[in-house]
Write a protein that binds this ligand. Structure first.
Ligand code: PBG
Length: 330
């Protein structure tokens, strides 16, 4: 496109008034763009998470109230993460397969109380293992792909049976999306969606999350043997292609802001619903900047969320979701 030069073209002209800025906006952010992650406490108390100021683990008795708040603010979907009691964690993470585990009880509680909100559940073994890895490990601490895949299939089925609407494998094992899809179909869960954490990076931004699900002290080594190298973009496209071919309904890029280039690349290449996860370390950066007097929370939250939309995301998982939705509604 050729465009005229100054002064025929004055790009500031439409920026002068609020009504005009609204009219010229290329993207919109609404509460319907948000997924709110919630941590489930294994006791009866609300447990604030020190490294995630403003975020708590919620006891089952209070989880329906959180779901109602989210629905009332226009948020369409919640993402659930259980803090499994330490005495229910094992090398093989078998608690993930218990139909009455904390995750499944939380799903049922929400679906009973607020049936019209979507529930997304994480499929990975880290909240259930004594070593903090997302899968089964061998004697050298290597995470075994194919045996893990079988357990993940069982975990996804248990969640679907409890009423999960979207199972979201965050483990980065190869082949798990196809195996889960096949099992869901065979099990009669044809309408349960899969949101694949397709491009999930081995990131330094997950620290506070690991406090929230109590894996930080347990994790042996790192996750670089299965999560992606932050240096890679081409590989993210191969991951997305693989997960789509195996039946993912949507794909996710994670973390969020440092990987907006990946969101954009995926959107342009595949034209499929792509979600981004503004992860715990990103949330903490904003909150700590606010606490230090260096930032305006409301403006920063809305700007970062809009940045995801601009990059092409269909939606964003964010710990600021409820706050942001309420700001938009105000
Ligand atoms: C683990 C999982 C992680 C997150 C979501 N699912 C952490 C990890 O891979 O160690 C991180 C989310 C966040 O940091 O907010 N399966």
């Amino acid at each position: 496109m050729t465009q005229p030069a100054f002064p025929a073209l004055r790009l500031r002209r439409p920026r002068r008034h609020g009504w005009s800025r609204a009219l010229f906006a290329e993207n919109v952010l609404t509460p319907a763009d948000l997924i709110w992650p919630l941590f489930i406490a294994n006791g009866d108390e609300v447990e604030p998470i020190a490294s995630l100021p403003g975020v708590s683990r919620w006891p089952l008795a209070q989880i329906a109230a959180r779901a109602e708040e989210a629905r009332d603010a226009g948020i369409p979907c919640l993402a659930l993460f259980p803090n499994t009691p330490r005495d229910r964690r094992s090398d093989d993470g078998r608690e993930a397969l218990n139909p009455d585990n904390l995750m499944c009880r939380a799903i049922r509680t929400i679906k009973d109380a607020v049936p019209d909100i979507g529930v997304l559940t994480d499929v990975a073994l880290d909240p259930y293992t004594t070593h903090g890895h997302d899968g089964l490990v061998d004697a050298e601490g290597h995470v075994l792909n194919d045996p893990t895949k079988e357990v993940l299939v069982g975990q996804a089925l248990v969640q679907a049976e409890a009423g999960s609407d979207i199972v979201a494998p965050s483990d980065m094992m190869d082949g798990r999306v196809g195996a889960i899809r096949e099992a869901l179909e065979a099990g009669g869960h044809v309408d349960v969606q899969i949101m694949a954490y397709a491009a999930k990076y081995a990131s330094a931004f997950y620290g506070p999350f690991r406090d929230a699900v109590d894996t930080r002290g347990l994790l042996k080594g790192d996750k670089k043997g299965y999560q992606m190298n932050p240096a890679n973009a081409e590989e993210a496209l191969r991951e997305v292609a693989l997960d789509l071919a195996e039946g993912a309904d949507s794909v996710m890029v994670k973390p969020g802001l440092p990987y907006l280039d990946i969101v954009r690349l995926v959107k342009e290449r595949f034209e499929v619903p792509v979600f981004a996860y503004q992860v715990s370390g990103e949330y903490a950066m904003i909150e700590l900047a606010v606490a230090a007097g260096a930032a305006d929370r409301d403006a920063m939250v809305l700007e970062t969320l809009m940045a995801f939309k601009r990059a092409g995301a269909s939606g964003v998982l964010s710990y600021h979701a409820l706050h942001a939705a309420r700001l938009m509604g105000a």
